[in-house]
Design a protein around this ligand. Structure first.
Ligand SMILES: [Zn+2]
Length: 99
């Protein structure tokens, strides 16, 4: 008997996939590289819709990478809204003072 790499439950020695959690049991299986990256944040910041799509696509497989892209998109939207408000205030003040 051996134990599942992921959930730790007892599984058959020849089992390729854990019957409990579905996790692959091949020790040499390539690991999905998941790390937060400033590059993805920057991409999400520049193109928020792409950041959002990447976030939705990656959130299950590579949550850290998904978070990077998602955060970039979120910051971009927040900055956009803040600039819009500041712009609206400036326009409002300009019109108000010119009257
Ligand atoms: Zn398992």
């Amino acid at each position: 008997m051996k134990y599942c790499n992921k959930c730790g439950k007892e599984i058959m020695d020849e089992a390729v996939i854990c019957p409990h959690c579905g996790c692959s049991q091949q020790p040499n299986a390539p690991q999905v590289v998941d790390s937060s990256s400033f590059g993805w944040s920057l991409l999400g910041f520049c193109i928020p819709i792409v950041g959002l799509i990447l976030f939705l696509v990656w959130k299950d497989t590579t949550p850290l990478k998904a978070k990077s892209a998602g955060m970039g998109a979120l910051v971009s939207v927040i900055v956009g809204v803040v600039f819009y408000i500041i712009y609206a205030i400036i326009i409002g003040v300009t019109i108000g003072s010119s009257l």
